[in-house]
Write a protein that binds this ligand. Structure first.
Ligand code: CO
Length: 134
């Protein structure tokens, strides 16, 4: 059911410093910071030959990554995003197998303009999973 890794998201306390580290120390191509207010994050996209890394910094009061950074003040891997062909088919299959879909179970439009869902990390070995319809 799941296909390519679309991106790996890393929550960071200082986006400027994290982008500089990926650019200067790891030698990666990084984007300019972009504000995604509807998702409560500032993001820098790190373009790699086979996938993307997204560096996320909280934006605004109700950022979904604020609590994660309180628990992991120096940052940490926040989620991995897998592509699926049909997000509603994927959701129904997961629900039928007992996996918990976060929120109200309806896909939202994600950072790339495509429908996404998140799955409970306790059902997948401590990793928050995002599914994105490719
Ligand atoms: Co994501």
């Amino acid at each position: 059911m799941i296909g390519r890794v679309n991106h790996i998201a890393i929550a960071v306390p200082d986006l400027t410093a994290a982008a500089a580290s990926y650019r200067d120390t790891l030698g990666a191509a990084v984007s300019e910071p972009q504000a995604l207010p509807e998702h409560g994050v500032m993001v820098v996209f790190v373009e790699l030959p086979n996938t993307k890394v997204e560096l996320l910094e909280p934006l605004g009061e109700a950022s979904p990554i604020a609590a994660f950074l309180e628990k992991n003040p120096s940052g940490g891997m926040h989620h991995i995003c897998y592509e699926v062909d049909d997000i509603l088919v994927a959701r129904d299959r997961l629900a039928a197998s007992g996996a918990r879909v976060l929120g109200n179970g309806e896909p939202k439009i994600g950072a790339h303009g495509k429908p996404v869902l998140f799955l409970h990390p306790k059902d997948f070995f401590g990793t928050l999973i995002e599914l994105e319809q490719a």
